[in-house]
Design a protein around this ligand. Structure first.
Ligand SMILES: Nc1ncnc2c1ncn2[C@@H]1O[C@H](COP(=O)(O)OP(=O)(O)OP(=O)(O)O)[C@@H](O)[C@H]1O
Ligand SMILES: [Mg+2]
Length: 323
């Protein structure tokens, strides 16, 4: 162990769990990360969102010491990735985007191999493996090979494996892609149950997942950080008034209302589908004007349409499909 490692490990650490400073990484001509910077607090569940090819997996590879950045600095629990790779690997758990199970080992043997690589004492390893198998609903199939598992079970096994050695920081690269809603919710429950003790950094394309689990969410595109905050803060960034749905009793009434509402100065957008009107107002304060303009038309429901994280995501990253 170098004197730097010894010093860093001996000092109690109170800074952020992850600090990424000005990190760039190119693959040939492709700039996957471009002066990327981010800090994740200890004990936080943090989500990184971004379209395909945004650079999420590249960032995770760098933070988990699998790849070196071209420039910039990354600290995991205060340890620099360049010089303390071995110690960092001891402290982290990783669920890679692609399952990386050993197909010639049973589920239990996969976990045992991982425990041995982390030098867990055999008795403690046995106990911990029993625990995670139970926690992830895999105990009954522990002596079967991963190839005989459903996609959801394989994914759960990969998450279980990442937890065997009780990591301080857990990286999950799209942990629930391909899972059915039941398995996805089960994985969310496990992740939630770990919150507080463990720092959890996840990437996902399921925006609901980020909203349900994470205190803070970052959005990146083209290798750059473009937004950061709680889901409420991110939604508040969307400009442009309030959108209401007005459900009339009859389509005829909806058409009549649409004609009247189109004359209001505060109306920014209106669409009509059968008996449902969707109106965007410059300011929510204009709602009273809208209600009085409806006159005696029978209306079943007027409701505010909440802004969604997907709207924020699309407004920041565009609607174009990525290669
Ligand atoms: N090994 C590689 N060699 C060359 N280019 C690569 C390599 N890995 C990634 N890239 C490119 O780097 C960019 C970022 O890729 P990365 O896998 O980090 O994106 P991502 O955000 O994880 O995407 P996804 O949501 O599809 O998983 C993409 O343009 C990708 O094509
Ligand atoms: Mg990826």
């Amino acid at each position: 162990m170098s004197s730097l490692q010894a010093t860093l490990m001996a000092t109690p650490y109170s800074g952020p769990a992850l600090a990424v400073r000005n990190v760039s990484k190119c693959y040939g001509d492709v700039r996957a990360l471009d002066s990327f910077a981010l800090e994740v607090n200890r004990g936080e569940i943090f989500a990184l969102l971004g379209p395909n090819g945004a650079g999420k997996t590249t960032l995770i590879r760098i933070m988990t010491t699998l790849m070196r950045p071209d420039s910039g600095e990354v600290l995991v629990n205060g340890l620099p990735i360049g010089r303390c790779g071995r110690e960092i690997r001891r402290q982290i758990g990783v669920v890679p985007q692609e399952n990386s199970l050993d197909r010639y080992l049973t589920a239990r043997e996969n976990l045992e191999l991982h425990a041995r690589l982390h030098a867990l004492e055999p008795k403690r390893a046995r106990k911990r493996i029993d625990e995670v198998l139970e926690l992830f609903g895999l105990a009954a199939r522990q002596h079967d090979f991963p190839d005989t598992f459903s996609g959801g079970m394989q994914r759960r096994l990969v998450v279980a494996r990442a937890l065997v050695h009780d990591p301080a920081v857990l990286f999950l690269d799209e942990p629930t892609t391909g899972l059915d809603p039941q398995s996805r919710r089960a994985v969310w429950e496990y992740i939630r149950s770990l919150a507080g003790d463990m720092t959890i950094f996840l990437t996902t394309h399921y925006l609901e997942e980020a909203e349900q689990l994470c205190e803070r969410i970052a959005i990146m595109d083209h290798g750059r950080l473009i937004a950061l905050g709680s889901s409420t803060e991110l939604k508040a960034r969307l400009s442009g008034g309030a959108t209401y749905e007005i459900e009339c009793v009859h389509a005829q009434g909806a058409q009549r209302c649409a004609d009247i509402l189109r004359t209001l100065p505060c109306l920014e957008e209106l669409s009509l589908s059968g008996n449902l009107l969707t109106v965007r107002l410059g300011q929510w304060e204009c709602l009273a004007e809208v209600v009085s303009a409806l006159g005696g038309t029978p209306v079943r429901r007027i409701s505010l349409r909440e802004r969604t994280l997907e709207e924020v995501f699309i407004s920041l990253t565009g609607a174009e499909v990525r290669d």
